[in-house]
Design a protein around this ligand. Structure first.
Ligand SMILES: [Zn+2]
Ligand SMILES: [Zn+2]
Length: 259
């Protein structure tokens, strides 16, 4: 449980200005605390949030900015009181790395809704005043509450996108009981989240319809992802097609992909 490794340089890719161009960057992570997990990052998904903040689209980017909040990796060190993780475990870190851990939301393990505000994985100001830096880097240190176990044998490359895109789709589907076989799901837009919605939908046994402005997505939707129906929304006949699908199924829920 040596803390020597926390003094190693962290190698990263950082944006330096609103061009969003990433270039090599070295910095130090915080020292390992007693409740912390340090993980070697093996994979990090690419989210549109990375583009937004790398290019300062919201006007609040803090440079150098290390994006990435779909992090998968292997535990390399744990703090003295950490009991849920051990060296060698496969783990993930998502969109937030800190919160108050006292409010009703934190107590419900809904830390992202923390009353005092969750601290995001990159471009956030952490409790110690430091700027958080994300997963386009060699390792990260997080409190164990913001670290999630990835099952042994599950490919880390496939796990990474679940930490943002995946949970963003999975959570509302579960909340609205869109995991019951036979229900119908409409997915507007086959972007990163749309892909997830189709795959979860099929895994749950739903009838899945993809609605897209682009015919180029048809083969992927039907043949690769296994959707049941495909509707071109730019087509004047789209309303007709939708009405037909709605008639076919008693229950109809639409997932609108923001990407
Ligand atoms: Zn994201
Ligand atoms: Zn809280």
């Amino acid at each position: 449980m040596s803390s020597e490794s926390v003094k190693d340089d962290c190698f990263a890719w950082a944006a330096r200005d609103p061009s969003g161009v990433l270039s090599p960057y070295k910095f130090s992570r915080r020292a390992l605390g007693k409740d912390d997990v340090s993980l070697k990052i093996t994979h990090c998904g690419v989210c549109y949030a990375d583009v937004i903040w790398s290019k300062n689209k919201h006007g609040d980017s803090r440079y150098p900015l290390v994006p990435g909040h779909e992090i998968a990796g292997i535990v390399k060190e744990v703090g003295s009181t950490v009991s849920n993780f051990k060296v060698g475990d496969h783990v993930g870190v998502g969109t937030y790395v800190n919160s108050c851990r006292e409010c009703e939301y934190c107590n419900d393990r809904d830390e992202v809704s923390c009353e005092k505000g969750a601290i995001f994985t990159f471009n956030g100001i952490d409790a110690d005043g430091s700027i958080t830096r994300g997963g386009y880097s060699s390792h990260i240190i997080v409190h164990e509450a913001y670290c999630f176990r990835i099952p042994d044998g599950y490919p880390l490359a496939s796990a990474a996108p679940l930490l943002c895109a995946g949970i963003t789709v999975y959570n509302p589907m579960m909340r609205h009981k869109m995991n019951q076989p036979g229900k119908s799901l409409g997915v507007i837009g086959l972007g990163g989240l749309g892909h997830m919605a189709v795959k979860f939908g099929k895994a749950f046994g739903l009838k899945v319809t993809v609605l897209s402005t682009s015919i180029s997505k048809k083969e992927e939707a039907l043949c690769v992802l296994g959707a049941d129906n495909f509707v071109i929304t730019s087509d004047q006949r789209a309303d007709e097609g939708l009405a037909q699908i709605t008639r076919l199924h008693n229950r109809h829920s639409i997932w609108r992909s923001p990407i």
